[in-house]
Design a protein around this ligand. Structure first.
Ligand code: ATP
Ligand code: MG
Length: 306
């Protein structure tokens, strides 16, 4: 869907992004993380051509981004800026409606979509759609920024620390909504964050950057089980990923005497059940294997920080 081929961005003598290559697949939730100044925003802005490349290629759907008409490409790529930039003289509704209007959606369709999204992010539309940005808190403006990026249903969404100004509860809720949205309609999302817990929760894969280069790309599990440098290890620190039944499976034959659990049953729940049972059957649409006390301990012992 989006491919970086040896891309660099140089300012003066300093590379903000230093010859990076990676590919984001369609429908993937891809997280860019790394210390301040490592090049995350620059990487994101090069995708929709807010920043021109110094060298290399970025492909969008198999064509270099320079082959696309700028407007059309931007309609296909929703973008949540790190610094919220709402039009101050427009209401919330009109701020959100810009791209759907350019795509010539009917007014009814636009308003339906806006109301639905405002409600989704916890800003009831009756109350908020006719306000001006100056009548919103910073966190509320940030949520409008998220809604604006989603409004025209773009297949690709770039999000630069979209939840950084939110309290933990709103933040968790929006994370859940975003995951839900992505699983329902298969969006490709590139998401920048500073927060390793957020990265682990949201990312199918995570790309950890450092001084314009890529330190490691992989699943959250790869980072915990196989950090490939001291930098990666110290960056993830003591963060653990919660394990589920699916992570503890042993390939034992099905035994109907034992109870069934779903693959997403958390380990804490398995403990309780295993206090009384020798074995649990992991079943979703079919039998996946068994969980036993040793298999749970084995799974937990992986990735424990040394
Ligand atoms: N217009 C510019 N001119 C010169 N240097 C720049 C410019 N924009 C960014 N940089 C430099 O490029 C590097 C990467 O910046 P970038 O904004 O991509 O970092 P970031 O990873 O998004 O950081 P943060 O987490 O603080 O948002 C930084 O060292 C920054 O100072
Ligand atoms: Mg940034």
């Amino acid at each position: 869907m989006i491919k970086f081929d040896n891309v660099a961005k140089v300012y003066g003598h300093k590379a903000a992004v230093d010859h990076i290559s990676f590919e984001v697949k369609e429908g993937e939730f891809f997280v860019l993380i790394g210390p301040s100044g490592c090049g995350k925003t620059t990487t994101l802005k090069m995708i929709n051509r807010l920043i021109p490349l110094s060298s290399g290629y970025i492909y969008f759907k198999d064509q270099p981004i320079s082959h696309y008409k700028l407007d059309e490409m931007r309609w296909d790529i929703g973008y949540v800026l790190q610094q919220i930039a709402l039009f101050p003289h427009m209401t919330v509704r009109d701020n959100i409606a810009q791209v759907p209007m350019m795509k010539k959606w009917s007014t009814d369709r636009i308003d339906e979509q806006i109301n639905r999204l405002l409600d989704m992010v916890g800003l009831p539309h009756e109350q908020y759609r006719d306000r001006y940005p100056s009548e919103l808190s910073g966190g509320q403006q940030q949520r409008i920024g998220v809604v604006r990026a989603l409004a025209a249903d773009p297949p690709v969404i770039l999000m630069d620390e979209p939840f950084s100004a939110l309290d933990p509860i709103s933040r968790e809720k929006l994370q859940d909504d975003l995951l839900q949205l992505q699983s329902e309609i298969n969006k490709t999302i590139i998401f920048v964050t500073h927060d390793i817990n957020e990265a682990f929760k949201l990312g199918d894969r995570i790309c950890l950057m450092n001084q314009g280069r890529i330190e490691q790309i992989g699943t959250p599990r790869d980072f915990v089980d196989r950090p490939n440098s001291e930098f990666v290890r110290s960056f993830i620190g003591h963060t653990k990923i919660e394990r589920h039944a699916a992570d503890c499976i042993q390939p034992l034959p099905y035994d109907g005497r034992y109870p069934a659990v779903r693959p997403d049953t958390p380990v804490s729940e398995l403990y309780k059940l295993l206090a009384e049972q020798e074995q649990l059957n992991v079943i979703d649409t079919e039998y996946r294997g068994a969980v036993t006390r040793p298999s749970v301990f084995q799974a937990l012992s992986k990735g424990v920080a040394e």
